[in-house]
Design a protein around this ligand. Sequence first.
Ligand code: 13P
Ligand code: SF4
Length: 303
Amino acid sequence: MSELAARIRQLKKEKNALILAHVYTPPEVQDAADFVGDSLGLSRRSADVSITQDKIIFCGVYFMAETAAILAPRKKVYIPEPKAGCPMADMAEVDGVLKLKAAHPDAAVVTYVNSTAAVKAVSDICVTSANAVRIAQKLPQKKIIFVPDKSLGAYVAAQALDKEIILWPGFCPTHHRILGEFLARAQSAHPEALVLAHPENNKNILDRADFIGSTGQMQKYAAESPAREFIVASENGLIYRLQTDNPAKKFYPVTPLAVCPNMKKNTLEKLLNVLENEANLVTLAEKTAVKARLAVQKMLELA
Ligand code: 13P
Ligand code: SF4
């Protein structure tokens, strides 16, 4: 263990802090965390009342730390790099959602957790990539306004055929850098490999996938599958998690371009800075937090 990692381990005990990390963060940050997971798993962990730590350090992007702060109002939530945003979350804004809502009063506003707290606050329910299909199917409304990811929304529409889905035009720039030609090349290089894909990918990638799911669901599938080789159509940080947890199997990225620069802004140095100085506290306007909490809690109840 590096000196930096050892200092983080010691300080987190002294400060009674829990370190959470998304699977897209750099390997050394994942190794320093108490729990590594997908958005749903990390939200559940933040909301877990049995957590005794009074501080959560969330290594991920801002909307994830904000969701933890929404779900754990009595804890202090910190983020190593407050400028680690999610461009897709920033593609949706409150006024546009309210206009759509007014134009379709019979529709439910279903918002991917990759969104700002303000957008969550004007939504009926949140979803993650792990439960979007199931939740859309369970909702009583026939019409759904799906915000902000058009790729995940189209994937939901293809599964929930009795629903009418209005798509917000957002997308993940990282997943959209994964092109069909790159996947075709990876498949010819590794003809035995199964293709795992995140639903934020374009349809032409999803059409070629053997399994589609959240990062957590891809982890479970790869661990349980008898297959030995996998091509991973998602952000490349996931490869480290998959390879570490399944050393006898092989995992290949589709392209070196599938990197989320914001997730990589999480470093051990910044994590240590948060622990030493209690810097970068995530704060939320109370009114927004209360409304956003309703949408996120509804998801946790229905999922
Ligand atoms: P997961 O919820 O599947 O971990 O995805 C989060 C994300 O940001 C994907 O780009
Ligand atoms: Fe946002 Fe895409 Fe990065 Fe996920 S991978 S945090 S959706 S930009």
